[in-house]
Design a protein. Structure first.
Length: 318
């Protein structure tokens, strides 16, 4: 095959896709690192203070019922203070979490990163690197699901025994993560394929006995904080979410607090329509500047959303 001047070189589909995306569309696409950086910058310029979840709980103890009036490093914080509790659920591809952690560090932002105890998430070197950047590290637990899968088919395993096994596994995993970084907060993994809610272990046990100061779904008052998550690779993903949603979702929708794309959030910040107290949950594996990886994530997530949408629809009919 000729490769001289003027000849057409064969290119792979990957290369073709990269050329098309970069030349024509990619700068304006959502769920890129560039788009994520623009979101963080807009919030900073809009006057929002960023806090990891653990720092928030330490600086505003008992905030579940108290007025939001305290101090951060000696600075008075009033009820009008704009706050973002920035949380990351590291479900997959931890290397992308390191990318977002570095970006936040460059912007002077500290946030929380919750790691699962599965090979797709648990990477000791990345966990240590993110902790060393000043971010909070937490445990993204799913032991009701994993214990159930391990015990399935074994005789004599009731719900109470399952909870006991799940709690023991939780304690073991927590110890492993604590060998790498301080862990003061935890957050459940939604486990959309499971019929079990991983939070059920706390019906019997108390995580605060383990030195854990908080779990967002129990220890943040969502009557005071707006909740925004990129579940489903969209910012209104609660519509197709099994568990990553809160009870105030319908009321927020009635108030018009619905955002589909990242640019919708940025626009609301600039127009002063964005709530002043927010927890934002980001899944870093969804944010990439690599065109093929971006396209793959898009396709996979759309398929998942269709399946989860059917599950949610059936659940709501029961």
């Amino acid at each position: 095959m000729s490769t001289g001047p003027g000849s057409l070189l064969p290119i792979t589909f990957r290369q073709f896709l990269s050329i098309i995306f970069y030349r024509n569309h990619f700068e304006n696409m959502d769920f890129t690192l560039s788009a994520y950086g623009k979101l963080l910058s807009a919030l900073k310029e809009g006057g929002y203070t960023f806090l990891p979840f653990g720092d928030y709980l330490k600086q505003f103890p008992g905030e579940g019922t108290a007025d939001l009036a305290s101090s951060i490093r000696g600075q008075e914080i009033s009820v009008s203070q704009r706050l973002v509790i920035l949380r990351h659920d590291v479900d997959l591809r931890p290397e992308r979490s390191l990318q977002t952690a570095r970006m936040e560090n460059q912007l002077g932002i500290r946030s929380s990163y919750y790691f699962r105890m599965v090979p797709q998430s648990f990477d000791p070197e990345i966990i240590k690197a993110i902790s060393q950047l000043g971010h909070e590290v937490g445990y993204h637990y799913e032991t009701m699901d994993t214990a159930n899968r391990r015990l399935k088919g074994k005789p004599g395993n009731g719900k109470d025994e399952l909870v006991d096994v799940a709690y023991r596994e939780f304690c073991e995993n927590l110890g492993k993560i604590r060998e790498l970084a301080e862990v003061k907060t935890i957050c459940m993994h939604g486990s959309p394929k499971s019929a079990l809610d991983n939070r059920e272990i706390w019906r019997k046990y108390d995580y605060k006995q383990l030195g854990i100061i908080g779990e967002p779904y129990f220890d943040l008052d969502f009557n005071r904080f707006f909740y925004l998550t990129d579940t489903g690779r969209r910012w209104d993903g609660w519509r197709v979410s099994i568990r990553d949603k809160v009870g105030q979702q319908d009321e927020w929708e009635r108030q018009g607090l619905v955002f589909r794309k990242t640019r919708d959030i940025i626009g609301a910040v600039w127009e002063n329509r964005f709530p002043h107290k927010v927890m934002i949950t980001v899944h870093p594996q969804r944010w990439t500047d690599a065109p093929l990886a971006w396209f793959k994530e898009l396709v996979i997530q759309r398929v998942k959303n269709m399946v989860k949408g059917v599950v949610v629809w059936r659940t709501n009919r029961i």
